[in-house]
Write a protein that binds this ligand. Sequence first.
Ligand SMILES: C[S@@+](CC[C@H](N)C(=O)[O-])C[C@H]1O[C@@H](n2cnc3c(N)ncnc32)[C@H](O)[C@@H]1O
Length: 263
Amino acid sequence: MSPTDQLFTDGAAYERLMGRWSRRVGDVFLDWIEAPSDRRWLDIGCGTGVFTEQVILGCSPAAVVGLDPSPEQLAFARGRRELTRVEFHVGDAQDLPFSDNSFDIAVMALVIHFVPDPAKAVTEMGRALQPGGTAAAYVWDYTNAGSPTAPLTAAMRAMGLQAPAPPNPQVTSLLALEELWRAAGFEQIGTRAIDISVEFADFEEFWQSMTVPVGPAGKAIAGMPPDGLAQLRSVLEQQMALTADGCIIYEARASAVKGRKKA
Ligand SMILES: C[S@@+](CC[C@H](N)C(=O)[O-])C[C@H]1O[C@@H](n2cnc3c(N)ncnc32)[C@H](O)[C@@H]1O
């Protein structure tokens, strides 16, 4: 099991912090990978089932399997009305509990940087795919401050605190993803950046969303003393620009990769 699985133990909090932004990237990503209908999908690190739901609703799959190390996130996913025909497994991307050639499409949505050995996970994707199958992923580009939580980590850094980060932020650039896919033997590799707009009605919504106890930043914040938390809020209030009507709007950037297993 991954040592990072304790970062994601609250499905509702995840939806508030990140699920809505993952969905926004997922729309563009699914158009880009041009998946045919009637295929067998594996959603690795499916968490609360945000992306799984997009596959079910938008891709007419033959079957969908979701895998995640967190039983709490999977419990949330199982509660989604649209996901009743999805088969969920507790498991690790580095050691998939499926036989060779079981799927046509394997995806990781915002997952690869949390896996302790990303190369092993990509090799596992290849093993589980049938020849000609597609392996694809998207992840916030931490090498370009692309995560929606980037303002939060910048504020923590400004306070002299260690900025919380996933275990492998270096694999989130387009180049790093391309190299991982190439090393795992995939062909017809493509990469692209996906930019989305992240919007909050006001500072309070931004603050409430950013400080939920989930993910690297949220877990670090949950451990902060009240005066540290008050200081963080004050730094962010100064740092975040408001629009004329009081909203907070900024860009987030994901890196995406796709490739095919040799036929
Ligand atoms: C940021 S969430 C992404 C969830 C979902 N795919 C989405 O797009 O919203 C990261 C997910 O990766 C999972 N994860 C962490 N380590 C993992 C591993 N070694 N293998 C598979 N999943 C892992 C976490 O439990 C969490 O649900």
